[in-house]
Design a protein around this ligand. Structure first.
Ligand code: ADP
Length: 486
């Protein structure tokens, strides 16, 4: 698939420090595979703690000149990066499908989504406004400056190889901060191609650095980021487990953290819902990226009166999905990212069926890293899928009777990222929206993310928000000026 790149020079396999493509102090490599075929795609520079220190030093050195640019100057450079990302949408999509597995059309969709954060924050770069406050005596004047926080580190996951990077890096750069990115070891090629386009856009040396590392070195690099007194902010998207480790490791340096962690999204369908719309929303929310997003519906709750109609229509649609290599025409579900992910889905489905769930679609592992899109009806609270995030193409459908019962079940989790419900009753829409303990609520909508809304979770789903006019707040510090003797 990579021989099809229109611009073969976008296939970068070394890391980027201070504008130089480097192999790292140890000069070792790690392999990147295509999850659809198991084939090796490339080997990539495997950087370690020494290289991470070098990248942090490069960012620190680049900071004064970058922060000294006006917001408008930074905006113009970011806008160029956006234009280049979009001009290379096909190639970025190919790299993404090859290393991550999502269908090519979906990959190109992610390129547009990922690029949209660069466009949005290019605009926001011009609007990092301060404040003037009323004085407490007439000899003084009170001001608030909003200044870049400093060197930022971004640690990103494999499920959105581009978008999880741009929604951290674009606001950091817009605010005037340099960044060091540690992309997921399973999907570094998209990250490196995006970095090459950043270089072409004129982002100065050291302002954007990419430290590629395998699994073991990622842990070591993460420790360097957390311990560093130069790194002032870490933004992480990934598991709650790793988020807790980063928080712990960051305590000695009292570092500011933005964390976008796991979810366990409920998707509730009430008796008064438009059932066809709910089926469509549930499919989009559950099976996008083969169920591998932190906002995917994990638990579908359907009210008694419409339960049978919903599960019948839902399972019928799921059975029509074409599963296969993301480069094949018509494929809507690609492979899972690794064998362990397939095994987790298998375990959740087996557990649900053993505990009395009714298998209505799929249920089996296929050859390679593929799993059939699966629906199990009559799911119950004692099943693994009720408490754990499956992160795969398995939809358990629970039955409920009252509104309160659905709200209680939906909130019975340590997570609080995305939630969804379908209803046409305006009173219920407000009651349920307010009662759900989640950072985001989709009402009669299964896909809700876009660049100009605040994306993030409550409870153990994380800290902070990405995107929107609030997204830049993570990367600026307020400074209060009290001016006397007027
Ligand atoms: P996922 O469940 O999405 O695979 P992880 O939390 O395991 O998420 O990984 C997300 C990112 O965090 C990846 O870039 C990975 O390399 C990195 N990572 C994993 N473990 C650690 C760690 N202990 N310290 C720092 N980074 C880590």
């Amino acid at each position: 698939p990579l021989s099809l790149l229109k611009d073969p020079s976008l296939l970068k396999t070394d890391a980027l420090i201070h504008g130089q493509w480097v192999k790292g102090a140890a000069a070792t490599r790690f392999d990147v595979h295509d999850p659809a075929t198991g084939q090796k795609l490339a080997d990539v520079a495997n950087l370690g703690p020494k290289d991470a220190e070098a990248a942090i030093a490069a960012a620190d050195k680049a900071w004064p000149a970058w922060r000294a640019k006006t917001g408008k100057e930074r905006s113009i450079i970011l806008r160029k990066w956006f234009d280049l990302l979009m001009a290379n949408q096909d190639d970025l999509g190919r790299l993404m499908t090859a290393e991550q597995g999502k269908p090519y059309a979906e990959a190109k969709g992610e390129v547009a989504y990922g690029a949209s954060f660069v466009e949005w924050f290019a605009e926001e770069a011009k609007r990092v406004n301060g404040e003037t406050l009323p004085q407490f005596d007439n000899n003084r004047r009170l001001l608030v400056l909003r200044q870049p926080i400093g060197v930022c580190a971004a640690i990103t996951p494999w499920n959105f190889p581009l978008a999880m990077i741009t929604r951290k890096v674009a606001p950091a750069l817009a605010a005037g901060c340099p960044v060091v990115i540690k992309p997921a070891e399973l999907t570094p090629l998209t990250a490196l191609a995006a970095a090459e386009l950043a270089v072409r856009a004129g982002i100065p040396a050291g302002v954007l650095n990419v430290v590629t590392a395998d699994g073991a070195n990622s842990i070591a690099v993460g420790k360097v980021f957390c311990a560093s007194e130069t790194v002032r902010h870490i933004s992480f998207t990934g598991s709650t487990e790793v988020g807790r480790i980063l928080m712990q490791q960051s305590a000695p340096s009292v570092k500011k953290l933005s964390l976008e962690l796991g979810g366990n999204a409920p998707f509730i369908v009430f008796d008064d819902a438009d059932i066809d719309s709910a089926v469509e929303g549930a499919i989009a929310s559950k099976y996008r990226n083969a169920g591998q997003t932190c906002v995917c519906a994990n638990r579908i709750y359907v009210q008694d009166g419409v339960y049978d109609e919903f599960v019948q229509k839902f399972a019928a649609k799921v059975k029509t999905f074409k599963v296969g290599n993301g480069f094949e025409d018509g494929v809507v579900q690609g492979p899972l990212i690794e064998d362990a992910a397939v095994e987790k889905v298998r375990r959740h489905v087996a557990d649900a069926v053993a505990k009395g769930g009714k298998l209505l679609a799929g249920g089996k592992k296929l050859d390679g890293q593929f799993f059939e899109p699966t629906v199990v009806a009559e799911a119950t609270a004692d099943m693994l899928c009720a408490t754990e995030e499956t992160f795969g193409p398995f939809a358990p459908v629970f039955r409920f009777k009252t509104e309160q019962e659905a709200i209680t079940a939906a909130n019975a989790t340590i997570f609080g990222l995305a939630s969804y419900f379908y209803s046409r009753d305006i009173g219920r829409i407000f009651r349920v929206s307010e009662a759900l303990e989640y950072g985001m609520v989709g009402i009669n909508a299964g896909i809700i993310a876009t660049e100009h809304v605040p994306f993030g979770g409550v409870k153990q789903s994380g800290l902070g928000r990405e995107g929107s006019s609030h997204g830049i707040d993570e990367y600026v510090e307020m400074k209060y000026l009290c001016l006397g003797d007027i």
